[in-house]
Design a protein around this ligand. Structure first.
Ligand code: ADP
Ligand code: MG
Length: 406
């Protein structure tokens, strides 16, 4: 089983998926723009060869370079990409090399938020009322039709970039100026609800592993207010009745989009009245340590499980859901370098046995840009079989652990 792994060294989770492939028994060939010597050790340890290209986004040149490189090694079995910006290139590589897996046509439905929602509408799935718009005139027209409050976001966005909640026509005029550089936006009904994920690993259209996480607070709020310590709470019990509508929605969405094999990450809203509304879906895993909290929930190795599913159509890792697992991201107060951390010892003295990971930037390290990385200045992971106990600990990490920079 020969697998081409797209960008095995970046972003941070990719070396873990590279390891997963090797441990599942594949021969892993890496393709990336990082110099080989700069790859993280975990990636190096599990690659059998690596092709560095000068520009990963020059599609024709990359396809040519990969074809020439692979030819003497024989046929490739898979091309795997778990990083959103590379999805389409990976699909074109499959096409050019005659490798099975997602085609460009299938990939568009997971990249273009308007095409995605049209396919889901046609299948009778509840999406927010929506329209795509390229000009200020089209945005005003869409806003009239959809009504306020609404959301404006890029059609091919990620990480809540250029995403705005708009309350009324006056605010719309302000936001129109802010999104002038975005070629095409989606204008959407604002859904006032809790926000969850529905994540799967599939093979041949069958779900082999399934996962739900709860964002606290909603992503857009967490991404807009610096003082918030965003949480992703991975849920132990997926059989609770409130989550059923979201699971059904997720299953229908995968069918409607014709998804076959690999990781999926859907976001959905659960309204007060119990209705589930589609948010978005990617044909890739969630980032920001979300796969690690899946591992903490099940005491398993989802990286290997994904690789087994992608390469061999099975998921043999244990999937018993034992814990709720919450990751809490911290943002330091002040600018510059981390000066000190307060409250950690106190919290560890209280519930240290439930803290499974502490990864805060060390003293003297420059702060990360909280707008650009969800990891912020570090994070803690807590886990507990009881959901309320988990969220209580997570909230205490949010309010009682403070980092200071200066
Ligand atoms: N229709 C909507 N109603 C309410 N909130 C929304 C809506 N669309 C997006 N959001 C908020 O904005 C965030 C980012 O939007 P999303 O569609 O997930 O794009 P991205 O690709 O940037 O993650 C969501 O996680 C959610 O918090
Ligand atoms: Mg999103």
């Amino acid at each position: 089983m020969k697998v081409l792994m797209f960008s095995p060294g970046f972003p941070a989770e990719m070396p873990r998926f590279t390891r997963g492939l090797a441990q599942a028994g594949a021969q892993v060939l890496g393709l990336g723009d990082q110099p080989e010597a700069m790859l993280p050790q975990e990636a190096k340890d599990h690659l059998s060869a690596y092709l560095r290209v000068p520009n990963l986004w020059d599609e024709d040149a990359v396809i040519r370079a990969v074809s020439d490189w692979i030819r003497p090694m024989g046929e490739l079995d898979r091309v795997e990409c778990l990083w959103e910006p590379g999805m389409m290139l990976a699909a074109r590589l499959r096409q050019a090399l005659g490798v099975p897996g997602m085609t460009p046509d299938q990939t568009v439905l997971f990249r273009d938020k308007e095409a995605m929602k049209q396919a889901l509408d046609a299948a009778g799935i509840r999406t927010p009322r929506h329209a795509s718009a390229r000009t200020a005139g089209e945005m005003r027209f869409a806003a009239e039709r959809i009504g306020y409050p609404l959301i404006i976001k890029p059609i091919a966005g990620a990480g809540s970039a250029d995403t705005y909640r708009v309350e009324d026509a006056t605010e719309l005029e302000r936001v129109l100026r802010l999104v002038r550089h975005v070629p095409e936006v989606s204008v959407e009904e604002f859904i006032d609800a809790h926000e969850f994920t529905f994540d799967t690993i599939c093979s041949g259209g069958e779900i082999l592993f399934e996962n739900i996480a709860w964002y606290r607070p909603n992503v857009l709020v967490a991404r807009s207010l610096e003082w918030v310590s965003p949480q992703t709470v991975n849920l132990r019990d997926l059989s609770t009745p409130q989550l059923e509508a979201g699971r059904q929605l997720g299953r229908k969405a995968l069918k409607a989009l014709g998804f076959e094999t690999g990781f999926t990450h859907m976001e959905w809203f659960l309204k007060e009245d119990g209705e589930a509304v589609f948010g978005e879906i990617g044909a890739r895993p969630p980032g920001a340590r979300s796969v690690d909290i899946m591992n903490y929930t099940c005491d398993t190795d989802v990286y290997v499980g994904w690789a087994e599913a992608a390469c061999f159509g099975r998921f043999s890792q244990p999937t018993h859901r034992l814990y709720n697992a919450a990751v809490i991201f911290k943002r330091a107060q002040g600018e510059g370098r981390i000066q000190r951390v307060e409250g950690l010892e106190h919290l560890l003295a209280h519930f240290g046995e439930h803290v499974v990971c502490v990864d805060l930037l060390p003293q003297g390290h420059p702060r990360r840009n909280w707008k650009q990385t969800l990891l912020s200045d570090g994070y803690l992971i807590v886990r507990h079989p009881d959901l309320q106990a988990t969220t209580e600990m997570a909230d205490r990490v949010g309010s009682e652990l403070q980092m200071y920079a200066g």
